[in-house]
Write a protein that binds this ligand. Structure first.
Ligand code: BG6
Length: 474
């Protein structure tokens, strides 16, 4: 038996990709709401083009999501039917604080999440809550420039105090920031950052990262004060880097990519800035607002566990030409001739997951939680609405095998696994609906048309069996 008896099997979603109801019950607008589908999407996600308001030229898929807001009971019932032990979801900050800095929280928003939590608990499903999954209230973006301003720490602190107090005794596992390293790659989507002409973008990104790291440490501190049982985790967009050749220069390029990636977790898990980052800032003339008090906070409030997403591995080289990179991913990669790719060009590498699990575990020696993994694919239902998604089963099965090997052969302490988009939802990268990850098909297309009916795919009963046998049948 490779998986521990209490292993947390389940699935994951994010508020803005599934809830919809973007303007109901007092909810405010967030950066993730105004991300359009269109040719300029990536420029906007990267903070290179300001796009703060809805217009008539674009489609905004987050407005509707899959309408989880009105379907959560039905959806959680289906998760329970699969046997989920855990359900990872995120809170929309603007449902609770519509402007981000309101004096009082919005009761309707708090009540909605209390209802969702209770629905999970009814089926003995452990809620795992991501406090922010890329979202920042637009009011904070427009007034303070988002996380580039220290003021955001105070706003985030208020959010954390409110939710920890309200959901005390109901929720044990929390993640402070989804894929915190996304701030370096898609800064508007990841953290509401937009750049002014001619400004030092790296300086802005690392300053914002520092404020997020302080906010994360503060959240850990407050959680323990309110309820020592709470377990706080960080969250990394993970994936091993391979060198394109044995040329030491390519190997050094890998090391540099790793440093950039692990920088955040080095701080959150070890409590201090790594030497390589401090030296690089010096070299580049990056000067950050970091106080002694911040450093104490970081040192005294490290995370309890490390969570991460894994979709694919990446290949890098000393000199990477733009044209050589594979398509579709926020994280640049060269093509790996030994791997096949998804329809969106994400390279499929289950052994890369075992390597990643080992890398992270050996670096930090803390419990790990794989909170995102899955295959984005085009599903074609037949006339009975059945989807024979064997490709998804193959992908997940081989990754579960890799987890099993990491646990039983390498001794990695992995406590849980939540597949990404356990129910079809809007893609974060492309905004498309047709890039589906779920065990549950949602009748909705890229234009937002469809009945919103839910249908079980073939993978539904397959995953049910995986959970039932604690991963023995996969
Ligand atoms: C992760 C995000 O980057 O990958 C999710 O945390 C996202 O929000 C997932 O949906 C898959 O990416 P995409 O672009 O296929 O939706």
């Amino acid at each position: 038996m490779s998986f521990p008896m209490n292993f947390l099997w389940g699935g994951a979603t994010a508020a803005n990709q599934c809830e919809g109801a973007y303007d109901l019950d007092g909810r405010g607008l967030a950066n993730v709401d105004v991300l359009p589908i269109g040719p300029d999407r990536f420029e906007i996600l990267a903070g290179k083009k300001k796009h703060f308001k809805f217009d008539d030229e674009h489609v905004y898929p987050a407005k509707k999501g899959i309408d989880f807001y009105h379907h959560y009971k039905e959806d959680i019932k289906l998760f329970a039917e699969m046997g989920f032990k855990v359900y990872r979801f995120s809170l929309a900050w603007t449902r609770i604080f519509p402007n981000g800095n309101d004096e009082q929280p919005n009761e309707k928003g708090l009540q909605f999440y209390e209802d969702v939590i209770n629905e999970c608990l009814k089926y003995d499903i452990e809620p795992l809550i991501t406090i922010t999954h890329f979202d920042v209230p637009m009011h904070l973006v427009e007034t303070f420039g988002s996380w580039r301003n220290r003021k955001l720490i105070e706003c985030y602190e208020r959010l954390c105090r409110t939710i920890f107090t309200r959901y005390k005794g109901m929720v044990k596992y929390w993640l402070t920031f989804n894929e915190i390293n996304m701030i370096l790659h898609l800064p508007f989507m990841g953290a509401g950052l937009c750049f002014e002409e001619g400004e030092n973008e790296e300086q802005v990104k690392y300053q914002a990262a520092h404020y997020e790291l302080v906010a994360s440490a503060l959240a850990t501190k407050i959680a323990k004060e309110i309820d020592p049982e709470m377990q706080i985790g960080c969250m990394l967009a993970g994936g091993v880097f391979y060198a394109q050749t044995p040329n030491p220069k390519d190997v050094w390029a890998v090391r540099q990519a790793e440093m950039e990636n692990y920088f955040f977790i080095d701080v959150q898990a070890r409590g201090k800035y790594p030497s390589y980052a401090i030296k690089e800032w010096e070299r580049k003339g990056i000067e950050l607002d970091i106080t002694e008090e911040d450093l104490t906070l970081l040192a005294e409030n490290t995370v309890d566990f490390i969570s991460f997403s894994y979709y694919s591995s990446r290949v890098t080289a000393d000199q990477t030409e733009e044209a050589e990179k594979t398509a579709g991913n926020a994280f640049a990669s060269l093509e790996n001739p030994y791997l096949s790719s998804s329809e969106w060009g994400w390279q499929i590498d289950p052994l890369g997951l075992r390597i990643t699990l080992n890398d992270i575990y050996q670096r930090y020696q803390k419990p790990l939680f794989l909170v995102e993994n899955g295959l984005g694919a085009i599903d074609t239902p037949d006339e009975n609405h059945d989807v024979a998604d064997d490709y998804r089963i193959d992908y997940l099965s081989s990754h579960i095998q890799a987890m099993s090997d990491a646990i039983s052969l390498d001794g990695v302490d992995l406590i849980g696994y939540t597949t990404w988009g356990c129910i079809d939802l809007v893609s974060a990268g492309t905004g498309e609906m047709k890039k589906r990850y779920g065990f549950i098909y949602v009748d909705l297309d890229n234009e937002g048309e469809g009945t919103l009916q839910r249908y079980k795919k073939k993978s539904f009963s397959w995953y049910q069996r995986v959970i039932e046998t604690n991963g023995e049948e996969r």
